[in-house]
Each structure stands twice: as structure tokens, then as C-alpha cells.
Unconditional design. Structure first.
Length: 370
């Protein structure tokens, strides 16, 4: 079901997420109570505006469509409900910011909206494909423009808040002096490798390299079974602790231009070539200044936005018409009662969905991932 969902949603939804960077944006809209005439169920009410259960479900489906089935299957029901609760909190935050934008009479021109429409259209091979994606997601062009206008109004308030943040040189220097160790760049090596299944094949390839019969990168493209084969076995720069020990020890023992002997690891047999080396280096304040500025500015921008939302919440009338906490506790209790005592503990935290599923090269040290 999730695979089908992602297939149907990927066009518009992924485009919007890529542009706005806000996974809960789609489907928020604004709905107002109508004196009891409406039968719409509001799962939350923010001042005079309501957030429907359908809106929450759409936002939830949009959010999980970004994750792999393996990650999603590791979540139990209580984690899913907790994730929905967090999404609702974000929907409330954005509704508050949108209402603030309305109070401040933020203006968004048609040209600004059309510019974003054009950016979204750039993700499609033709206008017809764009139109089909709208239909597949039950979105009209008018509705899309309304949603974009709303998001641009929200962005305007967020940018206005960020622009109030400032960082001076004294603060930058203080941060540098207190966090020098965090800027230390460890020794690194830039290497290529050829990975094969048998020692015999590795020795044959090594002989060809030693006799100068072939280029290392070309041989890696032709013979290596690692994912880096198309790029000539290029692994880029890496530091100690990033690769399995046998591979790492061999790579760091080489000088630029040198080729190792056959190195056996749990993944197979490797031949390694050192391309470059970087010694451990501690950057000066001037060299680290821009990075520090970005760190501090980002921290303060987040703090400013958090403070704005807290202020808006204090002044708002917010009603949540569903007890998520009670459902989470009930689900956890039921799971504990039904779980065999000797079973492996199941992952139940919604934090799981933030973990990235990455492809290993056949040399990466995965011992820290368990």
C-alpha cells in the first residue's frame, strides 16, 4: 500500500517538499467553523480555524511517503500515533504563523506564485505530465496556487524573524575558543579500491597493476564488484573510524601513488590505491569564522522562530479534540501484555524514521550502526 501511495504522490508532493522543505505543507489549507452548520470534524482548532482529521491524515501520508518500507515496518502502532501527534503540532505551528501573516497583511504577488509554479513544472518532462500529476493527487491548479500563496506568506514571516538575528565578531571568537576541538580536521586519505570475491582473482589483478599493464581506475570499472566501480573505485577522502579496520590500516599505511597488496575483509578481497593524504589540521579563527557564523546564526534563527511560536501559542486559543497520549499509552500497554518475554525488543520510537538507510561500499565500518 505504501509503495502504491508513494507512486501516486511522488510528482506533486515531492516537488513541493523539495521546494519548500516542509513535509507537512500539503493539505493544510484553512477551514473555518460555520456556526454548527458544518459536519466537518476538527481534530484541532486554532483560534477560529480548524484542522481536520483528513488534513492530518494527508500530512501524515505525505510525510511517511519519504521513507523506505523497511524503516516504516520497524515502527509499532504507538510510534505511528506519536508521529501523527508531532505532525499535528507542526500543523498548529504553521497555522499560527499563517494567521500572523494575515494580521501583518503580508502580500504575495501573482508573479511570485507563478514563479513557484514554473519551478514545480520544471520537475516534469511536459505540461501534460504536470497536469496528470495534479489529477492523480486531486489537486486543481487553483488549489495549488492557493497553497503556494499560503506557504509564501508563512515563509515571509519566518524570514522576517530570521532577519532579526545578528552575530558579532566577539561572539564568533568566543565560540571558536570554546570549541576548538570540534573544528579539528583529522588525518584523511583519498583512496580507490578494487573489490573481488576471491583471493586468486585479486592476486591476478594485482600482478597486472604491478606490471603496468592497466590503469587502476579502468581496472576497477571493469572488475570491481563494489558500488564505486563506475567511478573507478573512487572512495573519496575518509578518516580513521569510517572503514573496517583491515581496510583502514592498509589505506593509511600507503603513500600517495602507492598500491597495496591484497587486503582481506569481511566483504571480500581488496586492492587499494592511495591518491592523496591530508594531515591532521586545526583551522585558524579566520578559516573557521564563516562556519562558526553559520552555526551560531542557525541556532539563533531556530531559537527566534521557537520564541515566536511560543508567543503566538500563549496568545492563541488552541483546542485539540483527540487524546493522543491516552492512545499511545493504551497501545504500549497492549503491546507489553501480548509480547513474549523472550522476544527481541521492537523499535517503538518515531525517531526511527529520521534514520537514513545508506548503501555500504563493502568497506564501511557498520559496527556502530548496531
Amino acid at each position: 500500500m505504501l509503495r502504491i501511495l508513494r507512486k501516486n504522490m511522488k510528482f506533486i508532493i515531492i516537488s513541493l517538499v523539495a521546494f519548500f522543505g516542509i513535509s507537512i505543507f500539503y493539505g493544510l489549507g484553512q477551514y473555518r467553523s460555520s456556526g454548527g452548520q458544518s459536519q466537518t470534524y476538527y481534530i484541532a482548532e486554532v483560534n477560529e480555524s480548524g484542522i481536520t482529521s483528513d488534513q492530518l491524515q494527508n500530512a501524515f501520508l505525505n510525510a511517511i511517503s519519504q521513507y523506505d518500507d523497511t524503516v516504516l515496518s520497524s515502527l509499532d502502532q504507538s510510534a505511528i500515533v506519536s508521529f501523527k501527534k508531532n505532525i499535528l503540532d507542526q500543523l498548529i505551528d504553521y497555522e499560527l504563523i499563517y494567521q500572523q501573516a494575515q494580521k501583518e497583511k503580508v502580500k504575495i504577488s501573482n508573479d511570485e506564485i507563478n514563479l513557484e509554479i514554473d519551478k514545480i513544472k520544471d520537475n516534469f518532462s511536459s505540461p501534460e505530465e504536470f497536469d496528470e500529476a495534479l489529477k492523480a493527487n486531486n489537486i486543481t491548479l487553483v488549489r495549488l496556487k492557493e497553497d503556494i500563496k499560503r506557504q509564501l506568506m508563512i515563509n515571509s514571516i519566518l524570514e522576517e524573524t530570521k532577519n532579526q538575528v545578528s552575530v558579532n565578531d566577539e561572539e564568533l571568537l568566543e565560540y571558536y575558543n570554546e570549541n576548538k576541538e570540534s573544528f579539528l580536521e583529522p588525518e584523511q586519505v583519498h583512496a580507490r579500491h578494487i573489490l573481488v570475491e576471491t583471493e586468486e582473482e585479486a592476486n591476478n589483478l594485482l600482478l597486472q597493476l604491478k606490471e603496468g599493464l592497466t590503469d587502476f581506475a579502468e581496472l576497477a570499472k571493469e572488475k570491481s564488484i563494489g558500488p564505486s566501480a563506475p567511478s573507478g573505485g573512487d572512495l573519496g577522502f575518509f578518516a580513521i573510524g569510517q572503514m573496517v579496520k583491515e581496510f583502514e590500516d592498509a589505506a593509511f599505511s600507503l603513500q600517495p601513488g602507492e598500491i597495496s597488496g591484497v587486503v582481506q575483509t569481511q566483504f571480500g578481497y581488496h586492492i587499494i590505491k592511495c591518491e592523496e593524504k591530508k594531515e591532521e589540521y586545526s583551522p585558524t579563527f579566520e578559516e573557521a569564522k564563516e562556519r562558526i557564523s553559520n552555526i551560531l546564526r542557525s541556532q539563533r534563527e531556530n531559537e527566534a522562530i521557537t520564541a515566536l511560536i511560543s508567543k503566538l501559542k500563549e496568545e492563541a486559543n488552541i483546542v485539540i479534540n483527540y487524546d493522543f497520549d491516552a492512545e499511545i499509552e493504551s497501545l504500549k500497554s497492549s503491546a507489553e501484555e501480548s509480547q513474549p518475554s523472550d522476544s527481541t525488543e521492537q523499535v517503538t520510537s518515531e525517531e526511527t524514521i529520521s534514520e537514513e538507510v545508506t548503501e555500504t561500499e563493502g568497506v564501511k565500518d557498520t559496527s556502530q550502526d548496531n
